[in-house]
Design a protein around this ligand. Sequence first.
Ligand code: FAD
Ligand code: N01
Length: 545
Amino acid sequence: GATQTRPQPAAGSATTVDALIVGAGFSGMYQLHCLRDRLGLSARVLEQGSGVGGTWYWNRYPGARCDSESHSYCFTFDKELYEEWEWSERYPEQPEILRYLNHVADRLDLRRDIQLDTRVKAARWDAGANRWLVETEAGERFAATWLITAVGCLSSANVPKIPGLESFEGDWYHTGQWPHEGVDLTGKRVGQIGTGSTGIQAVPVIAAAADHLTVFQRTANYSIPAHNAPLTREFKDYVKRNREPLRALMQSTPNGHPFAIEDRSVHDLTPDEREAVYEAAWEKGGLQFRATFRDLLVDKAANDTAAAFLKRKIRQTVKDPATAALLANIDHPFATKRPPIDSHYFEAYNRPNVSLVDVRSDPIERITPTGIQLRSGAEHELDIIVFATGFDAMTGALLKIDITGRDGLTLKQAWEAGPKTYLGLQVAGFPNLFTVTGPGSPSVLCNMPVAIEQHVEWITGCIAHMREHGFARVETTPESADRWVAHVNDAADATLLPMAGHSWYLGANIPGKPRVFMPYAGGMARYRRICDDVAAHGYEGFEFA
Ligand code: FAD
Ligand code: N01
């Protein structure tokens, strides 16, 4: 069959370790620390990049920074690690986050077990020997009892297949593969496709450097000002003194952020009172805007009030009425796509060197040697095209690895109709394979370091359990996965999230990708309780041998 003809890693000269981890971002590095330093396993991380950091190694586009607040966008499991690092800003830039992750690698002495420049190409379960056989792009082979993917939800860049790209005589870049030496935009006519979180961060910074910036917008987006600022000495000290309560707070909320969602309904307040709440949240800036009311993501009428407020802000900010109308013509409820936060995004459209092109009404037809041509025939001449077009999210990086489980079943086959996991952590038919932040986990709907610490600790606990009981193998069952997928769907359907029909949460940004709501929308705190219960009941839904 088809599975016989694919490259099959052979056992011959394999390097053998207890656990092999793929990816050296937050997830892979913490997983290495837990397995090696807490359980005493031999473990190796394979990372395709030439450095650690994952997302923050790759995403070096102008304006790249986090939108989780810095004191929450880091590991909290270790007191010293938390207290010794000082963030400079509320939302630090990519270089600072990358420095932090390099510091983590040094501090936990991780580098000696991380092999860089090593892309995992294929992995096959060898049932006879109860191990995974893994092959890298360069042909190196590894054998491991446990295989843990920490490949990232947003690590597989999506460059849309627009005809003519190969003929373009200028330069083009995807934001997630930005050149390390930077790109000189001086005097250049830049075209940017995409107005998601990435595009919205990039616009003001590119606009300030380029001769002209043309933004090609297909779907207008909400955005909340970040009001980024240096952290005061007082706040830094507060953070240092409060790791434990902050950690407890983050672990108690549905989204893993260090602030609670207000326990009030939009409908409890008069329109004037509501306006005052939104105005204050706007002034404060950041993702807390979403936490102003408990019903914004579950009640369309409630959501409409926030949406109306945010659209009005756009019209007030952007001076040209036609441009303002296009930017405010948003077709989905607020926060049903990940809500960007920005530093002067809408203001950038008031610059004389920035123009907006609506490619919803007049789509991109092709890329020519000199620019972008629309269906109407209109052509925009460009020296540089920036693809801020996102990622093949949640499943992209996993499916790029040729993974073959028990009885020749490939992951591609298992997920033909969309990803199926139990808890986002295991796939039926794939023994001893764990997927950190896998589809079906809360991950991307959460402040991710909080989700990542939980996943990694749970996997570590499961492996410890196996060793205590002398189990060689753990595998979830198809029934458990079916039940979990149904629960993931129910959790999404209990919210407005599926209303953004074109979101990457649904796989809708990638042509041909099955439309399945991938992340678990039931909340991180609830997910943690479910996982803890599963473990407490002898890992219900998993079978050991
Ligand atoms: P990643 O950081 O993506 O690391 C995965 C690694 O696996 C990559 O280095 C990749 O090269 C490697 N890899 C993949 N496939 C292979 C293979 N086959 N072989 C070898 N190596 C492989 N989240 C938040 O919570 N807050 C934020 O503010 C935030 N900001 C973000 C900003 C941007 C621009 C992006 C793109 C994402 C942001 N995220 C944010 C999400 C972010 O991805 C996570 O917070 C976090 O960094 C994920 O860590 P990870 O280790 O799970 O995955
Ligand atoms: O990607 P996206 P992203 N023609 O998929 C457009 C995290 N993140 O990189 O909506 C024209 O959100 C597409 O249009 P449409 C965060 O989780 C976090 O911005 O498909 N346009 C959309 O406008 C985020 O959600 C941070 O109609 C095309 C854009 O490209 C995730 O990463 C910062 C097109 C893609 O938006 C991904 O964000 C950055 C085409 N053919 C990222 N194809 C922070 O936390 C795509 N588009 C700060």
